[in-house]
Design a protein around this ligand. Structure first.
Ligand code: UDX
Length: 447
């Protein structure tokens, strides 16, 4: 099938590449000529396991092309995806300017009946706006061309996006016309393994499904962070509590890890946007607001532990080794990352930072620029050199296997703040380190 995709960001590039991988003829279009040129050379703008070789192979095979030529892309696609960004507006609602700009572009160039697919995460009602925008431009052209607008949200996790795209657990199709669903089922047939993964519904329900999924997951995390904070105060260990509740299949093991708060391009933005939608339709989103508030507070929790440990002496002049800057492992993405809050707070308190992240150093350089109080280090061990304390913010695998005795030997103040609970308090304490985790009241009480 001939497919075009507007937007070569995270979602667009992964979706386009996976569709090419299963044999479709894909053209990805982007307004950024530099990015398109780099993609032609096989240079991928993001770090995502497995993506680069797949882009190169499909590009070489002629199934995946990149262009800035929107007219060509619209003419090419029987199915045209909108996969551009929906950044938060000032009030937290999703900014639809890029989505609607693509809708206008589609309207300007449409020549034959086409299915337009909203892949971007967009508020309920956006498909109607996309449809109206395209219709308006077509009417201005005096053109009478049939088109459908379908909502087909993505559920890709950064770091596992290729795998999630190739082996989805569900494929949600929000359609007005069953014929559009049939066509998209053919498009996605290669991904529909073992049993039927299609969930066909109306457009608005599909739009809401995406927000509901992310808000539910964010709720689980904030819930566990709330329990962690209670555990800390009552002298319990949330890691034990987590093990104690996860085996109940109604609760489950996933997304009940307490930590330094959730970040990334989806949860913070989507929880806020859903809350704004609720308000706009006259519903007070009590739970969603709490989920967000708990997360905001949680992002400051590591700094609170640091301040608690150092007490009246403060941390001015201290040097902190920070392990992990990305919002989670296996990505270089620092959007809404908890590390950003921590670093800002450490700097505000007059401390210096030696940071190491296996992938996000370039991104950190771009965000923070040159600063006297930040050294981006080449290795985890390097970050410890001359540091007084260690803070773990992202749970990259390599940090889990750290030799805590060596960590102890390098740190001036022999203290570790474990923002993802990757160490056992007793191991850290055996190595001679003061240990602070998230929600580990037992160890916090000991110091
Ligand atoms: C998420 C959804 O999982 C995905 O389905 C959707 O399409 C996009 O948003 P992503 O943002 O890539 O994906 O990352 P995810 O693995 O879900 O983690 C999000 C954040 O939550 C990270 O900061 C992570 O550290 C945090 N998290 C996750 C926790 O703090 N505890 C947990 O138990 C799980």
């Amino acid at each position: 099938m001939r497919v075009s995709i507007f937007g070569t960001g995270y979602v667009g590039l992964v979706t386009g590449t996976c569709l090419a991988e299963v044999g479709h003829d894909v053209v990805c279009v982007d307004v950024d000529a530099g990015k398109v040129e780099r993609l032609h050379q096989g240079i991928i703008p993001i770090y995502e396991p497995g993506l680069e070789p797949m882009v190169k192979a499909n590009h070489a095979a002629g199934r995946l092309d990149f262009t800035t030529d929107a007219a060509r892309a619209v003419a090419h696609g029987e199915v045209v995806f909108i996969a551009v960004g929906t950044p938060p507006d000032e009030d937290g609602s999703a900014d639809l300017q890029y989505v609607l700009q693509v809708a206008r572009t589609i309207g300007e160039h449409l020549q034959a009946p086409t299915i337009v697919v909203d892949k971007s995460t967009v508020p309920v009602g956006t498909a109607d706006r996309v449809r109206a925008t395209i219709a308006e431009v077509l009417a201005a052209r005096g053109a009478d061309i049939a088109f459908d607008v379908v909502s087909n949200p993505e559920f890709l996790k950064e770091g596992a996006a290729v795998e999630d795209c190739m082996r989805p657990d569900r494929i949600v199709l929000g359609v007005d016309d069953p014929r559009a669903a049939e066509k998209l089922k053919r498009l996605y047939a290669p991904f529909n393994r073992n049993h039927d993964r299609f969930v066909v519904m109306d457009v608005r329900s599909a739009e809401l499904t995406k927000y509901a999924a992310n808000a539910m997951l964010a709720t689980k995390i904030s819930f566990m962070n709330e329990i962690a904070n209670i555990a800390e105060k009552v002298g319990a260990d949330v890691e034990m509590v987590r093990k104690g509740i996860g085996s109940d299949p109604r609760i489950g093991w996933h997304f009940i890890y307490p930590g330094a708060g959730y970040g990334g391009s989806c949860f913070p933005k989507d929880v806020q946007a859903l809350a704004r939608t609720a308000q706009q339709v006259g519903h007070q989103p009590l739970l969603l607001d709490a989920v967000e508030a708990v997360n905001e507070r949680q992002k400051g929790h590591l700094h609170e532990l640091v301040t608690r440990h150092y007490g009246d002496g403060g941390i001015s002049g201290k040097t902190f080794a920070v392990w992990g800057l990305a919002f989670k492992p296996d990505t270089d993405d620092m959007r809404e990352a908890s590390s950003r809050r921590l670093l800002a707070q450490l700097w505000e308190s007059g401390a210096r930072v030696r940071a190491y992240d296996p992938e996000a150093a370039d991104e950190a350089r771009r965000i923070f620029g040159d600063r006297d109080d930040l050294v981006l280090c080449a290795s985890a061990a390097d970050a410890l050199d001359g540091a007084d304390a260690l803070v773990v913010v992202t749970e990259w695998k390599q940090f889990r296997s750290a030799d805590l005795a060596q960590v102890r030997a390098k740190l001036g103040d022999a203290v570790v703040f474990d923002g993802r609970n990757i160490y056992r308090p007793e191991d850290a304490e055996d190595a001679g380190l003061a240990y602070y985790g998230i929600g580990r009241g037992r160890s916090v009480r000991a110091h």
